[in-house]
Design a protein around this ligand. Structure first.
Ligand code: BEZ
Length: 218
């Protein structure tokens, strides 16, 4: 199990693009590792098609994507042809092969409710977002039967990258370009220094001064 803030485990694995040494593959980039229950399955095919269509959006943000599915490389390579056909897009990112579930077990990815034909548990739909420091910044876990929302994954990348360097937090349903909340740790006397675009104090019934917004910092 990997906790937020842990260095994400390094591993070597076979993939549709050859052998991957995970940390070396990440380099200085942000990375997203997302797992899939199995090849040639309908929900996974829609997800990887969406990932292929959004490849440029993630690349623009300096994010490398890599998938993992509990089948072998040969199966992945055949399945990628279906994904390209379905999405009408090129498919650039690697799919890690994990036929024996070694990585799925190590990374806590198994879904106990979904089994393959041999009765082995399939991987759930994990999303791990890893920072350039190789530490886990976000983890979301969906069961195999619920497809992910890639607009949400892109939105959280924007929030993670912004809050990694600015003294703000993103409020509910925040999107790129919208106002942010000033971190509670910022002292009133430091507001002007950190937020040249200004800070708005929102009055609340308690009279406490914790609701502070600022335009999204550059
Ligand atoms: C799918 O990708 O369609 C799927 C895989 C395993 C269980 C349920 C759905």
């Amino acid at each position: 199990m990997v906790n937020l803030g842990d260095v994400f485990p390094d591993f070597t694995a076979q993939s549709s693009k050859g052998e991957i040494k995970f940390h070396e593959w990440l380099g200085d980039s942000w990375g997203i590792l997302f797992s899939h229950p199995a090849d040639y399955t309908p929900v996974c095919t829609t997800e990887l098609s969406r990932a292929a269509a959004m490849q440029k959006d993630f690349a623009k943000r300096g994010v490398k994507m890599i998938a993992l599915s509990c089948d072998d490389v040969e199966s992945h390579i055949g399945w990628i042809e279906d994904i390209k056909d379905y999405s009408k897009c090129e498919f650039e990112h690697p799919i890690i092969a994990d036929p024996k579930r070694d990585l799925a077990v190590k990374l806590g990815m198994l879904d106990p409710d979904e089994k393959d034909a041999a009765g082995l548990p399939l991987t759930a739909r994990c999303v791990f977002i890893i920072g350039p420091d190789k530490k886990l910044k976000l983890s979301i876990l969906y069961p195999a039967t619920t497809g992910r929302n890639f607009d949400e994954i892109l939105r959280v990348v924007d929030a993670l990258q912004l809050t990694a360097t600015k003294k703000v937090a993103t409020p509910v349903d925040w999107k790129q370009g919208e106002a942010c909340m000033v971190l509670p740790s910022v002292k009133a006397e430091d507001e002007a220094k950190f937020f040249p675009k200004g800070v708005t104090h929102v009055e609340v019934k308690s009279g406490k001064k914790y609701m502070r917004t600022t335009p999204q910092p550059e």
